[in-house]
Design a protein around this ligand. Structure first.
Ligand code: FAD
Length: 469
């Protein structure tokens, strides 16, 4: 559909805009290309205009104008999401929130800021009071807090604190509605589930309040093993050591570490599976005491003891973990993609062993050890050697048949990337906040096609995207 962009611009007056098609297309992209499926599907997607508000008042003006003219609005923070979350499937306005990045208050245990603040900048500001965020995505340097809350799930810190959707990990959100006169709603407690991980489909986050914890000068450690199995067992056991304060425990199977972590080549020998961890300085003794007796464990690296020449140019451990593992693999071998897997709390280790044996080099093991409702368990982001979309689907089906749960990272909808069912809370909230369905269209199946049958084996295809392709 053509939108009346000229009328929109007249309504929003002097608010910062960009209409150069090349720049607009650039800002209409995120890391969707991680997935060969999304890469094919979303290639033609572009907004008509990028609008960059400086404060909440400007956001209200933009939303009111877009509402009046029935123009879709898709929010964007740092654009580092990797399921096309921030891509405007139906064109329209790309709401670039990255310049709304003020840090408004830091108090014991909490920070209040605007949505465009970068995770790294929040931590920098909090450091003055000896505090830091409980968790950040491995894209800390370039991702925004609003985008993390709306599009992420957890990350570095989840070993101790669990995920973003767990109670207490977001304290308050201020969300603006998409109406003739946009309202601002303050969400706390259970109401946070309405907007956390909703891809900005049911409101624009204009202010956030996040919990802080004590900051440490985290020490990066790397432990090598001759088998993935041994590394996974050690990673789980380290994760379960509650007394050893840590921010990250990641397990990566050979041959990936030596093959893909190019800057670590002198540290990680060929054939080693590794456990990467971030340990608090005062916990290092305990960490070593725990690790030393473990059969086959070889301490390959401790950042606090490494010579300055070794450290120069070496990325921190968290930039080898989470989806940075995939990124580093992709840079070496563009045929690599990945899956997101949850293994059961009981018997996870045995299942991981069976899956790893079954797929071998086609799905190289990558585990993040994290806390789920107080219990330590495995999330998986295996590195998959892509051949065809059919084979990728077969791999997913086989994982599920073996009892693992796959959150499909090759889908742009909330439901298909999640639990494959309607989120009634988020849908009801959208009915209230976005009655015309203009916010990030095509990402919530429950809105676009309430009768969609998840059991049919069909992928959801947003008609707006089809029309534009
Ligand atoms: P964007 O990509 O800009 O947006 C994400 C979603 O939020 C979109 O749907 C967008 O419309 C919406 N949105 C943005 N701002 C707002 C707002 N103010 N109001 C409403 N909706 C909004 N994710 C993790 O959870 N953990 C990880 O460890 C992790 N590691 C990653 C590593 C790599 C290399 C890559 C490429 C991605 C990784 N991700 C990870 C995904 C992504 O980087 C994070 O979720 C990140 O926090 C997204 O922030 P962003 O500012 O880039 O969001």
């Amino acid at each position: 559909r053509p939108y009346d962009i000229a009328a929109f611009r007249a309504l929003i007056g002097p608010i910062k805009c960009e209409d150069n098609p090349v720049l607009v297309k650039q800002k209409s992209r995120d890391f969707y290309w991680y997935s060969p499926v999304l890469k094919r599907q979303l290639e033609p997607v572009t907004a008509d205009l990028v609008v960059t508000p400086q404060d909440e008042r400007q956001v209200a003006t933009i939303l009111a104008a877009a509402h009046e003219l029935a123009i879709p609005v898709t929010a964007r923070g740092g654009g580092t999401g990797n399921y096309g979350q921030a891509m405007p499937l139906d064109g329209g306005v790309l709401l670039n929130l990255i310049e709304m990045n003020r840090i408004l208050a830091i108090a014991p245990g909490r920070v209040v800021c605007e949505p465009g603040a970068l995770l790294a900048d929040i931590d920098k500001a909090a450091a003055a009071s000896g505090q830091e965020l409980r968790m950040f995505p491995s894209t800390r340097a370039t991702a925004s807090i609003g985008g993390f809350i709306a599009g992420g799930s957890g990350g570095v810190g989840s070993i101790t604190w669990g995920g973003l959707r767990d109670f207490g990990n977001v304290l308050r959100l201020r969300v603006m509605t998409m109406e003739a006169s946009p309202r601002t709603l303050e969400l706390t407690g259970a109401d946070l589930h309405k907007a956390v991980h909703a891809y900005g489909t049911n409101g624009i986050i204009t202010e956030v309040e996040m919990p802080l914890t004590a900051a440490y000068d985290w020490v990066d450690v790397i432990v090598g093993f001759d088998s993935f199995d041994a590394a996974a067992a050690y990673g789980l056991a380290l994760g379960e050591q509650d007394g050893i304060l840590k921010k990250l425990v990641t397990v990566i199977a050979a041959p990936a570490p030596a093959r893909y972590f190019l800057r670590h080549r002198s540290i990680i020998p060929e054939g080693k599976s590794v456990v990467l961890a971030m340990v608090a300085p005062h916990a290092l003794d305990a960490f070593e005491a725990f690790t030393r007796p473990v059969k086959g464990a070889e301490l390959l690296f401790v950042s606090s003891r490494a010579p300055r020449e070794t450290l120069a140019g070496l990325p921190p451990n968290y930039e080898l973990a989470w989806n940075h593992t995939t990124l580093r693999a992709l840079r070496v071998d563009p045929k690599i993609t990945y899956l997101q897997v949850r293994y059961p709390e009981d018997g996870g280790l045995a299942m991981i062993r069976r899956i790893h044996e079954r797929f071998g080099d086609e799905a190289v093991g990558h585990l993040e050890i994290i806390r789920f409702n107080g219990r330590i368990g495995f999330a998986g982001l295996p590195l998959v050697r892509f051949t065809t979309e059919e084979r990728l689907q077969a791999l997913i089906d086989e994982h599920e048949a073996m009892g693992a749960m796959v959150f499909n990272p090759h889908r742009y909808t909330l439901e298909e990337g999640g639990m494959k069912q309607t989120d009634a809370t988020q849908l009801a909230f959208k009915r209230d906040t976005d009655p015309q369905g203009l916010l990030n269209p095509g990402k919530m199946i429950a809105w676009a096609d309430p009768d969609f049958d998840y059991a049919s084996g069909q992928n959801f295809l947003f008609p707006g995207l089809e029309a534009r392709a």
